[in-house]
Ligand binder design. Structure first.
Ligand code: FOL
Length: 178
């Protein structure tokens, strides 16, 4: 098997997706001190499909760090960089060079939802802001957000992986360089 070379084209596409992640996280999102709702999973999943777990983990962590440096919202906390790396790696692991079936998209989304959104993020917010995590009232908006968001993310990712002719788009734009 030919090893994938990191060329200028890869770097350019990765940079574009990282920029989209920054925009989706910092600008086109709803955020309170304790809850953020964003569509960052779209460029992140696309990166997972195209570049695999390692590069998507790195790209997501870079997007978090650069995004916080350029447009800080609250104090920088490294736990969220770890979240970005893990979620990117999960999308890459499930989506790279694989057919995006309903089951596959459902499983990846469930894993990110439970591990990142319902376990690690509450842990980091608890450490950062001294939230009492045994307070059920604190969990209600987070749980509601995830129940509502889960099917939206599954359907959007399935569509992204199966209906968007990004391969043709890619080939076409690549052809322009020749
Ligand atoms: N530190 C770093 N490194 N990155 C950040 O983005 C960051 N953000 C805050 C503070 N320190 C940071 C601001 N506070 C969520 C809520 C508040 C918040 C950070 C994250 C949150 O609910 N995140 C969810 C959803 C993310 C999404 O949908 O994009 C999560 O599960 O990570």
């Amino acid at each position: 098997m030919k090893k994938k070379r990191i060329d200028a084209r890869t770097i350019t596409l990765m940079s574009l997706l990282i920029a989209l992640m920054v925009v989706f996280t910092r600008f086109i999102s709803f955020e309170t001190q304790f809850l953020r709702i964003s569509l960052t999973f779209i460029p992140e999943s696309l990166m997972g499909i195209l570049f695999g777990p390692f590069w998507t983990g790195i790209g997501s962590a870079v997007a978090d760090t650069v995004g916080m440096m350029l447009f800080p919202k609250g104090p920088y906390f490294p736990g969220f960089t770890l979240n970005a790396f893990i979620s990117g790696a999960i999308y890459g692991f499930f989506y790279y060079k694989k057919e995006l079936t309903w089951k596959r998209v459902f499983t990846a989304t469930l894993l990110v939802t439970v591990l990142i959104h319902l376990f690690l993020t509450p842990l980091w917010l608890g450490l950062m802001y001294g939230v009492n995590l045994s307070n059920i009232a604190w969990w209600i908006p987070r749980i509601l957000k995830n129940i509502i968001f889960f099917p939206i993310q599954v359907v959007a990712t399935y569509y992204l992986g199966n209906k968007v002719p990004y391969k043709q788009l890619l080939n076409k734009s690549l052809a322009n360089f020749k």
